[in-house]
Design a protein around this ligand. Structure first.
Ligand code: FAD
Length: 322
């Protein structure tokens, strides 16, 4: 019998979040995908979810979810879980969802696997989840617990797909939200302004590492990213050194990116960094050490000093664009 998989769909600017749709599409390939969508825009978003693979959508269009941190969503999901036992909760990895999943896991004693890059049911219908470990992708068999499991998927692990003509059955949830779950209130939302595309969405990424020598030289990475219409990224080494905020970090403990072009500047190519960028279509590496491991994944390698090569590249791109 087809597995029932629940996907919590988050809403961003009135639309389903891309990371939720990636997971929903994957769930639709694994079994019967059922979406749960909560918040003031839930009723507007729900009908579109069939097209992304949902066969059923549970809706609670209550603004309480927009105002208070995760606890109302935890209560609603808990309530649903008491009435039904899906085989799997497959959720996107976001700040809120990590919190929700951890609380559900503790409340219902459900096995939780985070950071999944892939998952499948084997011939015996056991779920196999792939997670990066030590820079490689390893398969771990889930779950030590019987019953429903929870898996959090990495952003960009799956593609958003269209299931043309699919229409989801919509069920309005009638839940009474407890006042106790409305104690942590969202007071303000501050958007971090950045120029150019976000790292996760960029088709070109120029990334810098310790080989840049000092923080001021990172401006070369930013400049090349700007002239190419891409986004700048970084290794953990320079994020840990305080050159840049964590949001720039690419790798096992940072973001996973899959641009068309990834230009690695002064980056050694440690396995933890490769874990976050080796899915890039084309990789160009600039490193003064011809034996640097980054060259083993590069389509084009430039052995040289980044401080010499980057200004030349920037000038050349500008000249060709002029
Ligand atoms: P280095 O390894 O120091 O490399 C610098 C490179 O620059 C060298 O290859 C050198 O030849 C070259 N170079 C020096 N000068 C020049 C020059 N003038 N011109 C050209 N090249 C030059 N790292 C991540 O990036 N992301 C992660 O998410 C991440 N997670 C981790 C998780 C764990 C649990 C652990 C243990 C480590 C993690 N790391 C991560 C750290 C990782 O192991 C490496 O330490 C890090 O990626 C190295 O960064 P780097 O390439 O900038 O620096």
């Amino acid at each position: 019998m087809a597995k029932t998989i629940w996907v919590l769909v988050e809403i961003e600017d009135g639309r389903p979040a891309r990371s939720s749709l990636e997971v929903l599409s994957k769930a639709a390939h694994l079994g019967r995908a059922e979406a749960i969508v909560l918040g003031s825009a839930a009723a507007t978003v729900a009908p579109s979810l069939g097209e992304f693979g949902a066969e059923k959508v549970y809706v609670h269009a209550d603004p309480t979810y927009d105002t208070y941190l995760t606890l109302p969503a935890v209560d609603t999901l808990s309530d649903l879980l008491q009435r039904q036992q899906p085989d799997l909760l497959l959720f996107p990895t976001t700040y809120d969802v990590r919190d929700i999943a951890a609380r559900l896991s503790a409340r219902h004693n459900l096995g939780l696997i985070t950071d999944a890059t892939d998952l499948r049911y084997d011939e015996s219908e056991r779920l196999e989840v792939t997670v990066p470990w030590g820079g490689e992708n390893v398969v771990v068999a889930t779950h030590p617990y019987q019953g429903t499991g929870i898996v959090l998927a990495r952003p960009k692990a799956f593609s958003v797909e269209r299931f043309e003509g699919r229409q989801a059955e919509i069920e309005q949830l009638s839940v009474t939200l407890r006042p106790e779950s409305q104690q942590m209130k969202i007071l303000d939302r501050v958007e971090v302004q950045s120029e150019g595309p976000a790292l996760e969405d960029a088709s070109i990424i120029v990334s810098g590492g310790r080989g840049l020598g000092k923080p001021e030289n990172y401006r070369l990475v930013e400049e090349l990213a700007t002239v190419l219409g891409g986004a700048p990224g970084a290794t953990r080494a320079i994020v840990d050194a305080g050159w840049l905020p964590y949001s720039y970090q690419i790798g096992q403990t940072g973001k996973t990116v899959k641009p068309t072009l990834y230009i690695a500047c002064g980056i050694s190519g440690a396995i933890q960094h490769l874990a976050g960028m080796k899915g890039s279509k084309y990789i160009v590496a600039i490193n003064k050490d011809e034996h640097a491991p980054i060259f083993s994944v590069a389509d084009l390698g430039i052995v040289g000093d980044v401080l010499t090569v980057l200004p030349q590249l920037i000038e050349e791109v500008k000249r060709r664009k002029a």
